[in-house]
Design a protein around this ligand. Structure first.
Ligand SMILES: C[S@@+](CC[C@H](N)C(=O)[O-])C[C@H]1O[C@@H](n2cnc3c(N)ncnc32)[C@H](O)[C@@H]1O
Length: 283
């Protein structure tokens, strides 16, 4: 039994141990965020600052955006109609029998989406790409950060025309300018990357399997800038995703790797060297 498992067993029995454990975990997270903020890598510092703000719920000018996006989430989460109405000939790979409420339920949580938003606020990307629009929640968090930055454009890809239409309504309601690309990633990604400008922010949040995850990274790589942020979601969602993540996290093409448990944030480098930073923390 590991030390953590022993503490977990004790914690089940005593509230004092539970609160000591919570304090210890918080201090450990603080220490790891501090280490990122003190890093010699400027992008690691930016990641550290964004995570510190996310951890402290330090929203400032983002607050009104968060409220408006969360109002959209609440509206969709109450909608029990089917994404794919009976008789519809349209539909994506995962739409059969799924309600809007259920589709909305696979969006990034408020906490994780806020970290995404604050990362974009810090790194100020010029061109972002999201794989997996779903109903438009994470893209709204990213695009609203770009709006506050006064720079940056987001392109988001989705295989389901029905989900993309729901997302379009969300983006329109929020007044956010997001380009949506419709179709399976296997059909849309390579042609998009071929005509795209350099990418400095990529969020891979769809088709969570081992080979597709590696293939999608390989497809975007040729247009990644030195120092681009590449985020992989649901890295522990399946055995295949964990295997892909384990390989990516060790890959020398990422000079900084931050494992946030549910998703990973990586800094891409065009000149792989020996010096790498690898941090694991939960916010
Ligand atoms: C987890 S959801 C994305 C959630 C969204 N990023 C958010 O947090 O608001 C994954 C989305 O990817 C789409 N998807 C999955 N596999 C796909 C593929 N091979 N091609 C295109 N879209 C795909 C699904 O239809 C689904 O809407």
């Amino acid at each position: 039994m590991t030390l953590t498992e022993i503490v977990d067993q004790w914690a089940l029995r005593s509230s004092a141990i539970r609160s000591t454990k919570a304090t210890w975990l918080r201090m450990r997270t603080d220490g790891r965020i501090d280490a990122l903020m003190r890093s010699s890598d400027p992008i690691a510092q930016q990641i550290g600052r964004a995570l510190r703000r996310a951890r402290d719920r330090d929203l400032r000018e983002s607050q009104p955006w968060v409220e408006r996006i969360e109002a959209e989430r609440t509206r969709l989460a109450a909608d029990r109609s089917l994404v794919k109405p009976p008789g519809s000939t349209e539909g994506g790979p995962y739409d059969d029998g799924v309600t809007v409420q259920q589709a909305c339920g696979v969006s990034k949580t408020k906490r994780d989406a806020l970290a995404l938003h604050l990362l974009v606020r810090e790194v100020q990307p010029n061109l972002g790409l999201e794989l997996g629009t779903n109903v438009g929640i994470s893209s709204s968090y990213i695009a609203s950060a770009m709006h506050l930055n006064g720079r940056g454009r987001l392109v988001t890809m989705e295989g389901s025309p029905l989900r993309a239409r729901i997302a379009e309504g969300v983006h329109r309601t929020l007044g956010l300018d997001v380009e949506r690309v419709l179709g399976l990633f296997t059909e849309t990604l390579v042609p998009f990357v071929a005509r795209s400008e350099p990418l400095d922010f990529v969020f891979i949040d769809g088709h969570h399997q081992y080979q597709p995850t590696l293939d999608y990274f390989a497809a975007v790589e040729r247009k990644l800038t030195d120092g681009a942020l590449v985020l992989f979601d649901d890295i522990r969602w399946s055995e295949g995703m964990l295997r892909a993540w384990t390989e990516l996290a060790r890959d020398a093409r990422f000079r900084v790797v931050v494992d946030l448990d549910r998703y990973g944030v990586c800094v891409y480098t065009r000149t792989p060297g020996r010096s790498r930073e690898h941090v694991r923390l939960k916010i």
